[in-house]
Design a protein around this ligand. Sequence first.
Ligand SMILES: [Ca+2]
Length: 499
Amino acid sequence: MKVRCCCFTISLVLLAVGSASLRAEQLNVLFIAVDDLRPQLGCYDYPGMITPNVDELASRGMVFNRAYCQAAVCRASRVSLLLGLRPDTTEIWSNGSRHRHFRNHLPDTVTLPQHFKNHGYHSQSLGKIFHGAFVVRSTWNDPASWSVPAWWPGPRYYYTERGVNVASQVFARKSKTLGVSADQWTDHFVLGLSYEAPEVEDNVLYDGQIADRGIQALREISGKPFFLALGFIRPHLPFIAPKKYWDMYPAHSVKVADNRRPPEDVPPMALTNWGHPRTYTDFPDQGDPSDELVLQLTRGYCACVTYIDAQIGRVLDELDRLDLRDKTVVVVWGDHGWHLGENHIWGKATNFELSTRAPLVVSAPQAKAKGRKTDALVEFVDIYPTLCELAGLSLPDHLEGTSFAPLLDRPDRSWKAAAFSQYPHGSFTGRSIRTDRYRFTRWTAKNKPNEVAGLELYDHQTDPAENTNIAHLPENTELVRRLSTQLGAGWREALPAGD
Ligand SMILES: [Ca+2]
């Protein structure tokens, strides 16, 4: 009896020690979203890019060469990722889908940060995590997801003399409708110039303020497990970065896209009219931008990426200073890609590789393969279960993704057979898969979902820029049939097999 009691006591002590040490080793998550960032980074071997900080993170973690968003626009992509659900389940397929907020349709679904919060984490949002909070209202930040109210910087974009003048003029036309004075333009979102290079300190602009807040938050929350989400806003339009970042990309050194033409034999619904860039005053209302604007937008995108890289570096430096790097999973992701004129598109909102493929870099303390890259096909809907697995949290039942944590140990292992994306255009729905070799997209009219309205097939072995649609070549009939079947079978049939 005495012995039994002793064992029982020892067991209890061990249990207590075990849970205490588990608590002490609980991994934090630093979750860094970058708006409209395509894989234009040094660690993706993109020529000429200056991104030392994300590259350094990649040297400690893993670069996912083939990571795909589920819908190539801010709101639909972010809701899918943050809920771990695909667009047909969130029913948010674009920035203007009929459910104005996902909580209207999915009131009780636990978001990724909410899941961490429910497991005792401090969850905090700085900058743009959920889409819409800046311009719509704060409830779009989903208060249920966060331990403290989400924070985002004020709306002012422009700081050069020309930029200020144009923004003031644009706002003067709207101010009467809004019932405010014309000189209050800095309190409102005003879309003026599509780019500028103000000579200001990093933290005069949005993203420097977000980094400042991120550093401050790390200092405040370093004593408890945290899920800290930082949402940087560049390189979303307008392409505004401090001039010193523009100076790193002199005009003569910048290479503009050489395939600024529609893919051969492309169905018309695959293209867009570049609605978002055209809302800026210096972008033409119709037709192509001038060669000078093409050059400046290409430069501006590079400058914005390097500006954001520097802000990420400042936050990672603080993580090191607080000695938290070995206790923190760091993930950097762009919410979707962007066409800088390639395929005759400016912007996102397509099913092409350039819209659906986005950067994903993950650094996890326990990963066995560090400084590696993987060509495995992964989807953004997989990020939710992956972060849960890395932090040792259970997986909610609703998830539609698969943890890719096994790839962090074995990047060469076999993985998904396809990644799925979708994007509508007018009265058409486009559904797309990326397999190891091909991108295949099928368009249907929304009122005739069983009739094919357009097909696209690109062979990434011979045509990685997707310049020629080969869906209608007679020799590809069987391949199109096979890919149609694979697309129709859906994501559940493309999951990784076991070892
Ligand atoms: Ca975006």
